[in-house]
Design a protein around this ligand. Structure first.
Ligand code: NAP
Length: 300
């Protein structure tokens, strides 16, 4: 099975190519301005907003599947640059889907918990999306165009992800907190919004199993523990051996310049667990695995 991955230099992209099943061959694509990660897989530059480049790359590599992880996924940047967010997250996805449809490929799209308004809790795939911010709106539009296209697809919605990103990639809440706490900096963290933090390698494990099962439809992927950013960061301090009292609770209004955040986008993963042999990790389990990864690297 040949699988073309977009956004190979993303946190999730790296987790996917590091854990790809032996039976598949991967083509890792990345922005032409980026350095490809050093892996055993084939690599190719491809800007997903460039229709001709998408067509050319798919014709050249002839994959069976596209796993689409490229995105503008920083919520505040999307709010400040909505045109760019739509160009990448919606029209970039449309370029891939149109070409995939013509070539008869299967498609896995990574959407987001940001498509919900946060008025409920432990969202299921049956709950109605209603995004509050530009990022969420672009991810929902991309989902809708995929569904309308009738391309054979899996839409996964990862919750707030963390893990060790590729060199030079953007930080995530855990790498950021570890850096700040290691310098003894006090962190004001929001205690009244909730998510289900997801360790990126656990997301990759679920995605590979979904691809193998060759199922269709929408799946929520998340960690087992529903927490606020404040509780999450306290746990990061405990697991990584920093002083938890450096983490202080604040209300969401404390950061008035940020894009509007939904109150609660925690997920139920029941549908996923009924479909594949996969169990969500608790927050502590995920953080301990991440800590173990860095300890192993230190001892290499
Ligand atoms: N991280 C989360 O908490 C989270 C939660 C829910 C859903 N998701 C979704 O899961 C997927 C992976 O997220 P992530 O956080 O792992 O991603 P990420 O680290 O933000 O990386 C996104 C990647 O997309 C690339 N990219 C941006 N514009 C592109 C373009 N025009 N053409 C080709 N590549 C482009 C970026 O390249 P450069 O770095 O070179 O700019 C980057 O490597 C995304 O679809 C995201 O929306 C993420």
């Amino acid at each position: 099975m040949r699988i073309l991955l977009t956004g190979s230099n993303s946190l999730l992209g790296k987790a996917l190519w590091e854990t790809a099943p032996k039976v598949s061959s991967l083509i890792l694509t990345f922005l032409p301005s980026a350095e490809p990660s050093q892996t055993r897989w084939e690599t190719a530059p491809m800007d997903i907003t460039d229709k001709a480049a998408v067509k050319h790359t798919l014709a050249r590599f002839k994959p069976d599947w596209i796993i689409h992880c490229a995105a503008l996924s920083d919520v505040d940047s999307c709010e400040k640059n909505p045109d760019q967010a739509y160009a990448v997250n919606v029209f970039g996805t449309e370029n891939l889907v149109n070409t995939a449809k013509k070539a008869g490929l299967r498609f896995l799209f990574t959407s987001s918990n940001g498509i919900f308004d946060g008025k409920r809790t432990l969202y299921t795939e049956r709950d109605k999306p209603h995004p509050l911010h530009t990022y969420g709106k672009t991810k929902l539009e991309a989902e809708q165009l995929i569904t309308r296209s009738k391309v054979p697809s899996i839409i996964v919605r990862p919750n707030a992800m963390y893990g060790w990103p590729p060199v030079g990639a953007r930080q995530n809440p855990v790498t950021w907190a570890v850096e700040q706490l290691s310098e003894g900096i006090t962190l004001d963290m929001v205690s009244d919004t909730f998510i289900s933090p997801l360790y990126a390698p656990s997301a990759a494990e679920a995605i590979w199993k979904l691809v193998k099962t060759d199922t269709r439809g929408i799946y929520h992927i998340a960690g087992k523990t529903r927490v606020s950013r404040f509780t999450w960061t306290k746990e990061i301090a405990r697991v990584f051996g920093f002083n938890p009292s450096l983490v202080r609770p604040v209300k969401s209004g404390f950061f008035p310049n940020l894009a509007p955040r939904p109150k609660d986008t925690s997920f139920s993963t029941a549908r996923l667990e009924q479909t594949i042999d996969w169990k969500p990790l608790t927050l502590k389990q995920g953080l301990m695995r991440m800590k173990k990864e860095s300890d192993q690297l230190l001892h290499c």
